[in-house]
Design a protein around this ligand. Structure first.
Ligand SMILES: Cc1cc2nc3c(=O)[nH]c(=O)nc-3n(C[C@H](O)[C@H](O)[C@H](O)COP(=O)(O)OP(=O)(O)OC[C@H]3O[C@@H](n4cnc5c(N)ncnc54)[C@H](O)[C@@H]3O)c2cc1C
Length: 335
């Protein structure tokens, strides 16, 4: 059984920044995350998209923001237990005990839950061939644009991700076809206008109301058969990649059974980011309080509150207020 002062469940932006503050307070901490790398949604879903609403960054690539957060927390020697999902949380002899999907048990004096939208997985279409060719030409996110270099790509979806990626891959893919099951798109009006303009100019092809019938290929995707969902007419498309951007299914996962007070599938917190379990704090997309917005910048603020209260809980000799980092630079912060 391994012990740190604090366990942080989830290494997305909120969890990473909470780690920074816990480290600033001189405490040890461990991140748990089922994903293979830190960064949460930013790393897993949209590493190469620009984010425009992080204070101080007019625009920043999601992956660069994650890199900065990882660098910022690094001097405090975080322990990353990646590929491990927190399964159970209990209190034993005054300590929190967390077991994980990897069969490990960790203990801590306080816990911060920064598990975002919980366990998220892409919404699959259920089309024949989809599962078999996953990772072999069937994608649910764009990790790097280079994966689509010179490829004939079928994009499936009608929301912002599908429309944005159709436009964004114009300079990378050889050929782009976007299909959506309805004639109306859910994406931002301006992006849809740009998409339809690109279609008019012959830069890409937009087909509605079309869906995927099946995906075919021996070892990799070779073609997709799509169909008009009113006439049922089938159209075979020779493609190298099928990018399915039909949204994500989110489940709270194991957290739902930890005895926390929940509100609409989120963890209810008070103004100190305390949950209903003393010693367990939460921040980021997972929390619910009046006025909450699921934004990265709010997650950062909540992380600062959660981490400083968790630090004072784990070590009662600490004050909650951390003081100013600028005044502690030489003592605590990275050189
Ligand atoms: C396409 C897209 C674009 C976006 N653009 C913007 C934008 O421009 N501006 C903005 O402010 N926001 C944007 N967002 C929202 C933003 O990404 C989220 O608000 C942010 O990621 C929330 O951070 P978080 O740390 O709370 O959670 P997450 O980023 O979801 O990270 C939570 C982490 O917890 C882990 N986890 C879950 N369950 C467990 C468990 N049981 N045990 C251990 N770990 C667990 C997950 O694997 C994940 O890594 C966008 C989201 C998407 C999908």
């Amino acid at each position: 059984m391994e012990h740190t002062d604090v366990i942080i469940i989830g290494a997305g932006p909120a969890g990473l920044f909470a780690g920074f503050y816990v480290g600033m307070r001189g405490l040890t901490f461990r991140f748990l995350d089922p994903l293979p790398e830190p960064g949460g949604q930013l790393a897993a879903l949209y590493p190469e998209k620009y984010i425009y609403d992080v204070a101080g960054f007019p625009k920043v690539y999601a992956k660069d923001l994650v890199r900065g957060l990882v660098e910022q927390v690094a001097p405090f020697n975080p322990i990353y237990s990646l590929g491990e999902r927190a399964e159970t949380l209990e209190r034993v002899d005054g300590l929190f005990r967390v077991t994980t999907s990897a069969g490990n048990t960790y203990t801590a004096k306080a816990v911060i839950i920064a598990a975002g939208v919980g366990a998220f997985e892409p919404r699959r279409l259920g089309a024949p061939g989809e599962r078999e060719l996953e990772g072999k030409g069937v994608y649910y996110a764009v990790k790097t644009k280079a994966e689509f270099q010179g490829k004939r790509v079928l994009i499936v979806g009608g929301g912002d991700s599908a429309v944005d990626w159709a436009l964004n891959l114009l300079d990378t893919a050889k050929e782009i076809t976007l299909i959506h099951r309805r004639p109306q798109f859910r994406a931002h009006e301006a992006s849809v206008k740009e998409l339809l303009q690109a279609h008019e100019e012959g830069k890409l092809r937009v087909l509605t109301p079309y869906e995927v019938r099946r995906i075919e290929g021996d070892t990799r995707v070779e073609r997709a058969v799509i169909f008009h969902n009113q006439t049922q007419e089938e159209v075979p498309l020779e493609v190298d990649a099928v990018l399915i951007l039909a949204g994500y299914l989110t489940k709270l996962g194991p957290l739902a059974n930890w005895g926390l007070e929940l509100e609409k599938n989120r963890i209810k917190v008070d103004t100190t980011m305390a949950t209903s379990l003393p010693g367990v704090y939460a921040c980021g997309d997972i929390v619910s309080y009046p006025g909450k917005l699921p934004l990265i910048v709010l997650g950062f603020g909540e992380a600062a509150i959660a981490a400083n209260h968790a630090a004072a809980y784990a070590n009662p000799s600490l004050k909650v207020n951390p003081g100013h980092s600028s005044e502690k630079a030489e003592e605590k912060a990275p050189a």
